[in-house]
Design a protein around this ligand. Structure first.
Ligand code: CA
Length: 393
């Protein structure tokens, strides 16, 4: 089922129609499209500071998409927080979902979260996921990996279980990245208890670093600390939902949901304390003060923070050449801000310039780059898969 009248339509009009519900419901029912050329495209290109581009709406039937990753055979896997992994190919939904996705703890922000391929996937077939795992009436964020036999999940291994289990529905993280040195990293939120982030004896409000099979690297910063969690790479984080590895400069960037006015972009380094909740630029959403301190010795400063808050989520370090002037820029999906922030950073990782792209596009959960260099977006409310198509200017 398709909507011929929708082939060319202005983006805000498209979104308002989708939000109105009728067309969205129709596409949910149809489950798939009948051709790449049938994607709805903005009638005129979006002209930004450097690049012009159209926005193709590839799929409208998502609910709370979280992560995406491309397989070498061209399939695109998209996670839904509710516990599904949808299979796309050639920019269309195939109508298939992976079978035997592990059970997830569905509470608030908990559920199935990020997905990433191992850098050597072509050789080993490992796909990594983070999710809230149900246990003892509560949940905990875990890192796991599996392989695929067609659409069937096989050989599921839970590599790391974060402690403690709680029944809070807040702040599970999570994102997964690999660096160029064989390590995997994943983020956790502090589960709504700020003190967790400063406490090295639990896993909450941290970024963790592991070997790809889940073993603890001996050179982790707290690996010889008697009481600390040995997987901790950095701490003092509130809720990191954007994490990316810049392989050009060998740097990790993270976006972090702060309190009101305290959303942050950080450069993540070994053993560093990022301050939450001791230092923050934000205040509570009810207006009360969290801390009088915005900086303190021994605690890191963000390279950027957002006032007002934008709800920074997925993060991309763009390495393609499809869009003039965007190479090696960061792209941040904004949930509350409902846009994509394009950020230029210097070679020594300083914030240089920001541009707000696609205002009112919807709550942007993740920004991804396909192997052939296109930027894709996942939004929620409405749940869309979008693709930015370069235009001449
Ligand atoms: Ca901070």
């Amino acid at each position: 089922m398709r909507f011929p009248c929708m082939n060319i339509i202005h983006l805000p009009a498209l979104l308002s129609l989708l939000i109105a519900g009728g067309l969205s419901a129709g596409c949910v029912d149809s489950g798939q499209r009948d051709g790449k050329d049938n994607a709805e495209r903005t009638a005129s290109p979006v002209d930004s500071e450097k690049a012009s581009f159209y926005v193709d709406t590839l799929y409208t039937g998502l609910e709370n998409p979280w992560g995406m990753t491309w397989l070498p055979d061209g399939r695109l896997l998209v996670t839904e927080r509710a516990g599904e992994i949808l299979v796309f190919k050639n920019d269309q939904y195939t109508g298939k979902k992976l079978k035997d996705v592990p059970a997830t703890y569905q509470n608030g922000q908990g559920g199935l979260l990020d997905i990433q391929l191992h850098p050597d996937y072509a050789d080993n077939g490992w796909i990594y996921v983070t999710y809230a795992k149900p246990e003892n009436g509560g949940g905990r964020t875990v890192l796991a990996r599996f392989q695929l036999n067609s659409d069937q999940i096989t050989n599921l291994e839970v590599l790391y279980r974060t402690d403690p289990v709680t029944s809070s529905g807040a702040h599970f993280g999570s994102r997964i990245i690999f660096d160029a040195h064989g390590y995997v990293y994943f983020s956790t939120g502090e589960r709504g208890t700020g003190e967790n982030a400063q406490n090295l004896t639990n896993d909450m409000g941290k970024i963790h670093r592991l070997h790809d099979d889940g073993r603890i690297p001996q050179d982790n910063p707290f690996a010889s600390h008697p009481n600390a969690k040995h997987s901790i790479w950095s701490y003092g984080h509130r809720n990191v939902q954007g994490l990316v590895y810049d392989g050009v400069n060998d740097v990790i960037y993270a976006t972090e949901h702060g309190p009101r006015g305290g959303d942050e972009l950080n450069v993540v380094e070994k053993g560093r304390n990022y301050g939450w909740p001791v230092i923050t630029y934000g205040i509570n959403y009810d207006g009360s003060i969290i801390s009088d301190l915005t900086q303190k010795s021994g605690m890191e400063q963000p390279i950027h923070y957002w006032v007002p808050s934008i709800g920074p989520c997925g993060l991309l370090f763009y390495t393609g050449d499809r869009y003039p002037g965007w190479e090696h820029n960061l792209f941040v999906g904004a949930l509350a801000g409902m846009h994509v922030a394009r950020i230029e950073v210097s070679n020594n990782n300083e914030y240089r310039h920001g541009e707000k792209l696609l205002p009112d596009i919807g709550r942007v959960r993740q920004v991804g780059q396909s192997p052939d260099g296109y930027i894709y977006l996942l939004t929620e409310g409405p749940g869309l898969l979008l693709k930015l198509i370069p235009a001449k200017r």
